[in-house]
Write a protein that binds this ligand. Sequence first.
Ligand SMILES: NC(=O)c1ccc[n+]([C@@H]2O[C@H](COP(=O)([O-])OP(=O)(O)OC[C@H]3O[C@@H](n4cnc5c(N)ncnc54)[C@H](O)[C@@H]3O)[C@@H](O)[C@H]2O)c1
Length: 210
Amino acid sequence: MQVVVAGQGYVGLPLAVRAAEAGHRVVGYDVDTHRVQQLTAGQSYVEDVASSRLRAVLDSGASSATADTEALAGFDVALITVPTPLRDGVPDLAYVESCARTLGEHLRPGATMVLEPTTYPGATEELLLRILEKASGFKGGVDFLAGFSPERIARIAPGSKRWSFEGTPKLVSGIDAKSLDAVKGFHDGIFQTTVPVSEPKVAELLNLIG
Ligand SMILES: NC(=O)c1ccc[n+]([C@@H]2O[C@H](COP(=O)([O-])OP(=O)(O)OC[C@H]3O[C@@H](n4cnc5c(N)ncnc54)[C@H](O)[C@@H]3O)[C@@H](O)[C@H]2O)c1
């Protein structure tokens, strides 16, 4: 599948490299051109990803890094892994909103959109869908699929050595049954265990409490 991972940070880069190793064609998209230059030169700045692994997926053509939105066209799955910094205890979704607008402009019928950052319960269905629908002119659940699958705080909390990337159980959710199948199917190819839940709000809440 053609996969976009938007946000090449501590969450997005390991996901992009692992997806490329799993056989997908991956575009790692980031607005930070300095990071894109480092990635293109095969230099990882994330502890989870050795530069040798990054270079292997770049050299094979399975993965590329870019700040150019033209490269986003035609994706089957797009994962949003941009920051949601806490402000007064509430996640600031400004980066998610901006990224969703950009991806929405490149959305095509049948594609799957996945939100991964920490957010508030309801954000996938209330905020993400509204922005994607407005930017694309398509309807969520009818023309495209969507869900929420959070990065696990326990795994990458400073000092945590207990969980490997693939070994960390991954919560998966969708806005409807077809979306859940798509979100789960993609993550099943990357993680050893996925844990489906009934709706994005449940995954959003579980992510917040642990
Ligand atoms: N790092 C952690 O320990 C950790 C743990 C659990 C959850 N999370 C969650 O994961 C999310 C991402 O965290 P991170 O640590 O990977 O952040 P990060 O700052 O390491 O990386 C985020 C990347 O997104 C890029 N970006 C910002 N706006 C963008 C846009 N519109 N389009 C494309 N790229 C954009 C930034 O340039 C940056 O390279 C956060 O919401 C955080 O809550 C992080």
